[in-house]
Design a protein around this ligand. Structure first.
Ligand code: MG
Length: 194
C-alpha cells in the first residue's frame, strides 16, 4: 500500500520535497532558494610611479598597480564575486584586457556594468564583504570613502558593504610590497516577480 495519496505522490515525483517537510523547514527551503553566493579573488603587481587606486579611491603612495584598467584590485575581486553569484563567468570574460575600450578605465564603471548584468539576471545584492592584503600604505583612513563609492556604484546601502584590510606580516608577495591581493564574497537575492 502506498504511503502517499495520489496527489502527494505526484508532487513528490515532481521534486516538491518541501511539501513533506514540517512548516518551519519548508519556509527555510523556499527562502534559501532565493539566495545565491559568489566569491572573487584578484591580484595586481605593484610598480613605482603608477597611481594607486583601491575601492574607487586614489591613494597617495609611491607605487601603483600594473594593469590594463586602473588596476583597482578590490573592485575586480568584487565584480568577480557578483558575477560568480549569478554564474555569469568572470570580469575577464565581460571586460577583456585585450580591448581598447577598457584601457585605463575607471573600475567603478566596470562595477556599474557588472551590476547591470546581475540585475538583468534577476538578482539584487544583499551584502558584500571584501578583504585587501597589502603591506603598505595603511588604508584604514580610506575605507569609509571606499564603502561609499561602492555603495553608490552598486545602488545599495553603505551598511551592506564591508571592506577590511590586512598586512601579511611581511610574508609573501604582498608582504614584500610586490603586489596587492583582494578577496570578496557577495550574497544576492532573486528580485520579486512583478
Ligand atoms: Mg584585476
Amino acid at each position: 500500500m502506498s504511503l502517499f495519496t495520489d496527489r502527494a505522490e505526484s508532487a513528490f515525483k515532481k521534486g516538491h520535497r518541501h511539501l513533506f517537510l514540517p512548516l518551519p523547514y519548508t519556509i527555510f527551503v523556499l527562502t534559501m532558494k532565493n539566495f545565491r553566493i559568489g566569491h572573487g579573488y584578484d591580484v595586481h603587481r605593484l610598480a613605482e610611479g603608477l597611481p594607486l587606486r583601491l575601492g574607487g579611491i586614489s591613494i597617495e603612495h609611491e607605487k601603483g598597480c600594473v594593469a590594463h584598467s586602473d588596476g583597482d584590485v578590490l573592485i575586480h575581486a568584487l565584480c568577480d564575486a557578483l558575477l560568480g553569484a549569478v554564474a555569469l563567468g568572470d570580469i575577464g570574460l565581460h571586460f577583456p584586457d585585450t580591448s581598447d575600450e577598457f584601457r585605463g578605465i575607471d573600475s567603478l564603471i566596470l562595477l556599474e556594468r557588472t551590476m547591470q548584468l546581475v540585475r538583468k539576471a534577476g538578482y539584487t545584492p544583499v551584502n558584500v564583504d571584501c578583504t585587501l592584503a597589502l603591506q603598505r600604505p595603511k588604508v584604514r583612513p580610506y575605507i569609509d570613502s571606499m564603502r561609499q563609492k561602492l555603495a553608490t556604484a552598486m545602488g545599495i546601502d553603505v551598511n551592506c558593504i564591508s571592506i577590511k584590510a590586512t598586512t601579511t606580516e611581511h610574508l609573501g608577495f604582498e608582504g614584500r610590497e610586490e603586489g596587492v591581493a583582494a578577496w570578496a564574497v557577495a550574497l544576492v537575492t532573486a528580485n520579486d516577480k512583478p
